[in-house]
Each structure stands twice: as C-alpha cells, then as structure tokens.
Design a protein around this ligand. Structure first.
Ligand SMILES: [Cu+2]
Length: 513
C-alpha cells in the first residue's frame, strides 16, 4: 500500500504520571496492553502492544537521584501478534508465547531490576522465567541528565515485542541541565524513529520466513528486519508545525535493524549536544547525524528566520549498513517534515551553549584488563545466518567477568559484513577508536594485523556511550568502568534479530579482589 507523506501531525507521547510520589520515592505502575491505534490517516487502525495502551509508551520524566519504583504489568493476550520461531533459544514450544520483561536502556540499574532476558513474566505474573526475581523494579537514577529509553527484552521475543510497540522514552533531568537555558517545554521534543511494513488492512507485517529460506522451519527468524515506511513517535512520515525558533530534539533509533543517517533538506546544521549518556564537552554543528539502533542523540535545530518554510528530515543510510541497498528516495529516504508555520509565541532566549561541561576521560593505562571479542557470522544447523559474540552461544559458560570497580578495555573484532551496534548493560563507556585489520589473516591465524592507523571516534561520539557502532573489518575499542553493582547482566548486538538469535551473552560483575 502506498502511503502519502507528511499527512499526519507528529504525536508527542504524554508524560507518565506516578501513582505515588513523596520526598523519599516515586512509584509508577505501567500496564502492557493490546490496543488499536491509527498510524497513518490512509491506513486502517493497527493492532499494537503499548505500555499504558499507547505506542510509543508514555515518557518518564525523573530527576537525577530520584528513587523510582515501577511495577511493570503484563496484561497482554495469550496469543502473540507476530510469528514466533520456536527454534530460537528461549522461545521453545513449551514456553508461553507472550512473555515480557522491561529493560531501562542506559540505566545504571541493579541486576534484579535490569530486565534480564530470562526474568520474563506472563499476564498477571502467572508464569515466570527461570531468573525472575521481583515484580516491582527499582531505578536509582544516580546519573546526570540524559536520554534513556525502556523497551521489552524477553529472551527469543525482543524483536517481536518491540516491533509490536513496546518502547518509550525515559528522561533523567538535573539542575545543571536546567541552568543551560536550552529550549524546553513545548520546544523540547523526543523523536522515536522506527521502520514498519503494513498489510493493506493496517496490521503489522513482519516476515515469517527469511528470503530464500531452505531451512524448512516455519516461522523462521530473519537476518534483519527492514520496513518500507518510516515512523516517528508512532506516525508514518508525520509533519511537525514549529515556531521560528530553536528546538531541542531527543533522537532515538528504536528500529529493529535500520540505521539512519539524517540530514535536513534545507542544508542547515544540527547542533549536537549529547550522546547516549548525556552532554558532550561542547556542541558540534553537523550536516548529518548517523544513528544506529538504540543510540540517542541530543540535538538543537534552529528554525529562526525560516518562517513559512517546510524542511524535510531525510535519511540516506543504506539498508543493511554500511553496505546495502540505497534508500528509496520516495519512501525510506524520508523521515518527517518540519513546517515553520506557527507564529512566534515569545522571544526565543534559549541558547546553544558554547561549552557544556567537562568529561572525565578514562586513560588506557587505568585499565586492568583487555579483551578481544570477535563478532562473527556463522551458519546454523539449518543453513541460516547466525551471528555470534566471541564465538560463543547464549548458553555457554560466562567468559566476561570484570571485577567491581575495575576498568577494562574491550576490543570488538568484526569479521563479518554488518555494522553491529554493541550494547553493554549497566555501564557507560568511552570509545577509544577504531582500526582496520586484515580479516582473512585473522580468520586463518587468530592474529591481528592492522592495516591502518587508529581512527578517533567521530565528533558526535565523544562522550559517554552505552551502544557503539562496530563497523566491518575494524576493531572497535572501548574503555569501560564496571560499577556500581555486582551481578549478572548482558551485552549484545542491538539489531534485534541478531540479539534474539545468539548475538547476546551474559556477563558478570564480580566482587572486587
Ligand atoms: Cu548485529
């Protein structure tokens, strides 16, 4: 079905209201329910799963240090909306079809509240996964102002549960952020980017077979999902009416596998202020923004002096990044349209600050341990592609076991053709660089022969990160402080089809020596 562009206004998810708030703590309840929503005016209503019955879910607004408790409640039907592959680990036939668990992405969270993939639960907590610990999660929010997001993380189902609609924003605020005089209130807008494909009746389309599937398995996991429409905050190609002034946007790539490389067709700059984990030292002005699944970007766009103009936010990241099909200029090459049609309601006194504050850079010589972790492509029993971390399966014994309070350097050695966004739970790390190496020689000898100099992280990556792009043929190096909790977490590729099919590993933070 051909859907018109820029026909529907951009929705902005409502801010979630707590059930209880005192000086000591805040308590929320969030129900996951099946719902119907219009995602485009030419499309019949779509059946979705939403936190609090809306897609995307409502936005949490919390203060740094605020003690937050959330009871995540599964009130979903017993039948899944989408095709489950029972050969995928954790999604075996005897398991309930509809299992959920919530991860706060980028949160510094205790293990029992981190949404471990095996800590899933069904409607009413009737059935629980093997390491389920508690119904009410606790978030300490001991983190400076930043953009987090929450989403489903159930083992073997994450790609399907997020595709069905289970994702939303979680913003941490602090006093320093307020002192910066950034655009705020109606001029600060979260933008959640996804791609979807629809059947003519409005229902979500998710393939139940990979292309050229000879596995004989049905439904069967696919290598990666790419939709033919782009949605922002749950609307296909929306428009957003703005005033001629500065706006602050929190970009989140919540797509299953699609990268976005964003630009404005007016040719103007984005001013990027922050990364996954808060502000950079200073803003940068850039014409394009590359954002991989799960990454966030904190950006100001200045619409001053553009009254009456319509500006299209474009995307030109190939489908399969970095080497893949070019986007379709009519469809996936477009994200949304900004219309500078609103009168200026007040003088714009907000700022793009010249300086945002110091970052404590971690030094290589402070690291106690260095690890080399291969990202490899294999074939499964049925001839399907299978991506692995360090050549290990999800069920293999834990091999990454840093000590609490230690600093480690992890090198992601990518020997396959995809750029994988690698996410490590609990921690915020810094990117030290990337370096090309001889892949064939490595595959034969397991030895590293570099073929180029170390490349500095891109300007827009020079800050705290929890997800890092690992391009093919490169070793991507990050430095990671492990604190403030001991216990079992996961690290994984955030392309959801990879994560669900073995490109995820447990790791454990051990007590200090
Ligand atoms: Cu991947």
């Amino acid at each position: 079905m051909k859907l018109g562009k820029f026909k529907d206004p951009l929705p902005i998810p409502p801010v979630l209201k707590p059930k209880w708030k005192s000086g000591d703590y805040t308590y929320y309840e969030v129900s996951m329910v099946e719902t119907k929503q219009s995602l485009h005016s030419d499309l019949p209503q779509t059946t979705l799963w939403g936190y609090e019955g809306i897609y995307p879910g409502p936005t949490f607004e919390v203060e740094m240090g605020e003690r937050v408790f959330v009871k995540w409640k599964n009130e979903l039907p017993a039948k899944h909306l989408l095709p489950i592959d029972h050969t995928v680990h954790g999604a075996e036939k005897e398991k309930p079809d509809v299992r959920t668990v919530v991860h706060l992405h980028g949160g510094r969270t205790e293990p029992a509240s981190d949404g471990y993939p095996d800590a899933w639960f069904t409607n009413g907590f009737a059935v629980k996964g093997p390491i389920f610990e508690k119904e009410i999660y606790e978030y300490g929010n001991q983190q400076t102002a930043r953009t987090l997001w929450y989403h489903d993380h159930a083992i073997g189902l994450t790609r399907l549960n997020i595709y069905a609609g289970l994702a939303g924003f979680y913003l941490i605020r602090d006093r320093y952020e307020r002192s910066l005089n950034l655009p705020s209130g109606p001029f600060e807008v979260p933008l959640l980017l996804q791609d979807r494909t629809f059947h003519d009746d409005g229902t979500l389309s998710y393939p139940d077979q990979p292309e050229n599937n000879t596995s004989g398995i049905h439904p069967s996991i696919i290598t990666s999902f790419f939709g033919d429409t782009i949605l922002v905050n749950g609307k296909v190609w929306p428009f957003f009416e703005v005033e001629p002034r500065k706006y602050r946007f929190r970009f989140l790539n919540a797509a299953n596998a699609r990268f976005f490389r964003l630009s404005l067709d007016s040719g103007q700059l984005f001013f990027q202020l922050g990364t996954d984990s808060g502000f950079m030292e200073q803003p940068i002005g850039v014409k394009t923004l590359l954002i991989a699944p799960a990454e966030r970007l904190d950006v100001i766009i200045d619409f001053s002096n553009l009254g009456g103009k319509a500006i299209v936010l474009k995307n030109d990241a190939p489908t399969h990044f970095p080497i893949g099909d070019p986007v379709n200029p009519e469809t996936t090459g477009n994200v949304m349209e900004f219309r500078v049609t609103m009168p200026l309601s007040s003088i714009d006194t907000s700022m793009v600050p010249a300086y945002l504050g110091p970052i404590k850079w971690l030094q290589t010589n402070s690291a106690q341990k260095q690890r080399f972790l291969e990202l490899s492509e294999e074939k499964d029993l049925y001839g399907r592609s299978l991506f692995l971390l360090a050549k290990k399966m999800w069920d293999d014994p834990i091999t990454e076991n840093p000590r609490l309070g230690s600093i480690e350097i992890w090198n992601f050695v990518n020997t396959n053709g995809d750029d994988h966004p690698i996410h490590i739970h609990l921690v915020q790390f810094q990117i030290l660089g990337r370096r090309a190496f001889d892949v064939d020689f490595y595959k034969k000898t397991k030895q590293i022969r570099y073929t180029g100099p170390r490349i500095q992280p891109e300007m827009g990556e020079r800050g705290g990160k929890d997800t890092v792009r690992c391009p093919p043929g490169h070793i991507t190096t990050v430095i990671i402080p492990f604190f403030p909790f001991t216990g079992q977490y996961v690290w994984h590729c955030h392309m959801l089809e990879h994560e669900d099919y073995e490109m995820m590993r447990p790791y454990i933070v051990l007590p200090p020596y």
